[in-house]
Design a protein around this ligand. Structure first.
Ligand code: HEC
Length: 243
């Protein structure tokens, strides 16, 4: 198994991008963990990260479906946004983090950093067949493993991420109020929408990795509740909330 440092990946991608006129700065490469035990650790982390992404995406999907069925898209945006950020914030105590990022983000908290942009470029490259990418960052004493899984647009996503011209007017207004800088529209089914980013501290994240690899579900799905406040990303959604 290849063990890659995040920096070396961003340097490679930066070289490709530079030829297209984009400048990326890369920091000096960090030593990469090597040796048998790290290979085993990486295997465990990949397996566990896959589990976590699976749990997280099915929680978000159920949340979205229940909200869409019960309240419609206008109310569903409130539920989704709150839930996504709550889930994303919930595992840092165990040395794990999960989030979604996109170059065309709706929530500014989902903006990618330099390495993440490089990974998104890789996923966008037709030569990349991988569903996920991995790398290590940090100094010897504080290694972090990163797992990136691509997110592709499906038809159901289009009502909130598709062509603005096809949007329900009320929904469009709501999105603009909650996310004035929204970039996450204009997608078509099959496009790369973004990716999940899982980061695992080594060795702090090992215990949770074992639980996840054993199939323990750590993502709790709570029934959507549209009455529990209107705050999205620090912005207040105001106006008529009745259907
Ligand atoms: C009911 C409207 C709605 C639908 C349908 C919807 N989304 Fe979203 N999506 C949102 C909102 C609102 C956010 C901002 C969430 C937040 O504030 O964290 C968002 C954020 C995201 C993000 C995080 C990156 C960003 O732009 O901030 C991704 C990735 C994403 N959606 C993918 C999808 C995919 C894939 C689908 C289809 C399976 C989908 N969405 C369907 C409303 C929707």
């Amino acid at each position: 198994m290849k063990i890659l440092s995040c920096t070396s990946i961003s340097i490679i991608v930066a070289l490709i991008l530079t030829s297209c006129g984009t400048e990326e700065t890369a920091t000096p490469d960090q030593a990469t963990p090597t040796g048998k035990s790290m290979v085993a650790t990486e295997k465990l982390f990949i397996q566990a990260a896959e589990q976590l992404v699976g749990q997280y995406s099915s929680a978000l999907k159920s949340e979205l479906m229940v909200a869409l069925d019960n309240y419609g898209a206008v109310e569903a945006i409130k539920v989704c946004s709150r839930q996504a950020q709550v889930l994303a914030a919930s595992h840092s105590a165990e040395g794990w983090q999960i989030k979604r990022v996109s170059r065309k983000w709706r929530n500014i908290l989902d903006r990618p950093d330099t390495v993440e942009v490089a990974m998104l470029e890789m996923f966008d490259n037709p030569a990349t067949k991988d569903e996920y990418l991995t790398c290590w960052s940090g100094p010897d004493t504080a290694r972090v493993f990163h797992y990136y899984k691509k997110i592709v647009v499906k038809n159901i996503c289009l009502q909130c991420h598709g062509d603005l011209q096809t949007f329900d007017l009320d929904l469009y207004k709501r999105i603009k109020i909650a996310y004035p800088y929204d970039k996450a529209t204009g997608y078509q089914a099959g496009n790369l929408r973004g990716m999940y980013v899982v980061s695992v501290e080594y060795p702090a994240g090992e215990d949770m990795a074992k639980l996840l690899a054993d199939g323990v579900n750590i993502v709790e799905f709570t029934q959507p509740d549209t009455t529990a406040g209107d705050t999205i990303a620090g912005d207040s959604v105001t106006g008529d909330t009745s259907p």
